[in-house]
Design a protein around this ligand. Structure first.
Ligand code: PLP
Length: 450
């Protein structure tokens, strides 16, 4: 209608007047106006509806507007909106208990932050103070956030503009068989060689200088890289051998995304610190944190921990986490993610790969998948060059536009589209999304050698 059209235009104009957007050249963006959302969908004021295959920034694990979480935030707002982190509050204690019950091993103390980057920032601080060592090792194909330490840990090009040589971060190659840095031809070989490489980096950096190795359990934005069996256990061994703190970043992979509460559960690996955010409360209110092992917690038993945030363990955020975790448990949402991955997305994406020459590889688990798009399946040349922008990124931009025209909101990164819907997605919705991808992939196919 005319009135909704003018609402759409007015909201966009107001955005362009005063909102400064992240990661963007301000004059070159055209943000979609969002009017509302429910479950796996969101829509604008003009009646255009999108199936959200991105879960926003891979955070709405429980879908949009879950009624129990909305009610919990409303009830908490009426009861107690805010209180400083130094006080004890029922809702914060309960959120910590529910998280600690699910985190692997003895990670039983929870330090709350407002998001993922702050969680990583504090994990790094804890590791340095616990070991008294300066350096942190992380993988090239990684994203850990945009604050000072977190952006230096980040391995992908989002680091470059903020890189500081003083950060004490050393990068290494993780396992990635499809584009193996180790000339490996099997998962077993890739795993062995990636571990040998890491051990060599540790030896040459000097083990006594390394506080922590930080890894995403399953690499998220940098490619949905599921580690081969034995890799994380091997990293755990290296850490144990040299007294290095093992940090698993589960900001994106945690809370159901991989079909388990934590991705580490797939391999039975227990880190010393685990960072979380996003899925802990689906981002209804900003929340993140660090789950801390008994040994590291003991370091700060009589020595003060030198870090904190005004909103650490914010009551509204904690109330939404309690409601989210309880709803996920009561409604079998983690199991749904596993089932949709195994029965619908896994087979459905494999079937698309068979018919579309632009699909080089399909990989993932749960509701955490990537399609790697290529010009040529033989040479594996990416559909667009690494970190391409503008015209060079044309084929991926055309693919994304075709998804949106079909009513699907994709998560596109470099030459990949990630299939990362809410953990609550139904079979029918997943199939609806696969059908749109099928059509959009014909656009990508047109750029291939085939
Ligand atoms: N770590 C990982 C693995 C992430 O995927 C992200 C965000 O995408 C972060 C850390 C940073 O989280 P935030 O954006 O909440 O600071």
């Amino acid at each position: 209608t005319g009135s909704s059209k003018s609402t759409q235009a007015a909201v966009k104009a107001a955005d362009r007047a005063h909102v400064f957007h992240p990661w963007s050249a301000q004059d070159l963006i055209d943000p979609l106006v969002v009017a509302g959302a429910e479950g796996s969908y969101f829509w604008d004021h003009d009646g255009n509806r999108y199936l959200d295959f991105s879960s926003q920034l891979v955070n709405t694990n429980i879908g949009h507007q879950h009624p129990k979480v909305v009610a919990a935030v409303q009830e908490q707002a009426a009861r107690l909106c805010t209180v400083a982190p130094g006080f004890a509050v029922d809702v914060r204690s309960e959120a910590a208990r529910l998280i600690a019950r699910r985190t692997p091993g003895d990670l039983d103390k929870i330090f709350f932050t407002n998001g993922g980057a702050e969680a990583v920032e504090n994990a790094v601080r804890m590791a340095r103070l616990h070991t008294g060592r300066p350096k942190i090792l992380s993988a090239y194909r990684s994203y850990h956030g945009a604050t000072a330490a977190a952006i230096n840990l980040t391995g992908d090009p989002r680091r470059w503009p903020s890189d500081t040589a003083s950060a004490g971060v050393v990068h290494f190659w993780g396992p990635y068989l499809y584009r193996s840095h180790f000339h490996a031809t099997s998962e077993v070989q890739e795993c062995e060689r990636a571990l040998a490489h890491l051990e060599e980096v540790v030896a040459f950096e000097g083990p006594q200088t390394i506080a922590a190795i930080v890894l995403e359990t399953v690499v998220g934005t940098a490619g949905i890289l599921v580690p081969p069996a034995g890799y994380l256990a091997g990293v755990r061994e290296i850490c144990d051998r040299y007294g290095i703190v093992f940090v698993l970043d589960e900001v994106m992979a945690g809370f159901g995304r991989t079909g388990r509460w934590f991705a580490a559960d797939h391999w039975g690996v227990v880190p010393d610190l685990l960072t979380f955010a996003k899925g802990v409360n689906s981002g209804y209110v900003p929340l993140g944190g660090v789950a801390i092992s008994a040994e590291i917690a003991a370091t700060f038993a009589t020595r003060p921990y030198p870090g904190g945030l005004t909103y650490s363990g914010h009551p509204l955020a904690c109330a939404s986490a309690v409601a989210t975790i309880n709803a996920m448990a009561d409604e079998g949402i983690v199991e749904n993610a596993a089932r949709i991955g195994a029965d619908v997305l896994g087979p459905g994406l494999a079937e698309l790969a068979e018919r579309h020459p632009s699909v080089g590889e399909v990989r993932g688990t749960g509701v955490f998948w990537a399609l790697e798009l290529v010009r040529d399946r033989e040479t594996r040349e990416p559909l667009v060059p690494y970190n391409a922008t503008g015209e060079a990124n044309g084929p991926m931009a055309a693919f994304a536009a075709a998804c949106r025209e079909g009513g699907l909101w994709p998560f596109v990164n470099m030459n990949r589209t990630h299939v990362v819907p809410p953990c609550t997605i139904t079979e029918a919705e997943a199939k609806e999304g696969l059908a749109v991808l099928d059509t959009a992939l014909t656009v990508a196919d047109a750029y291939t050698a085939a």
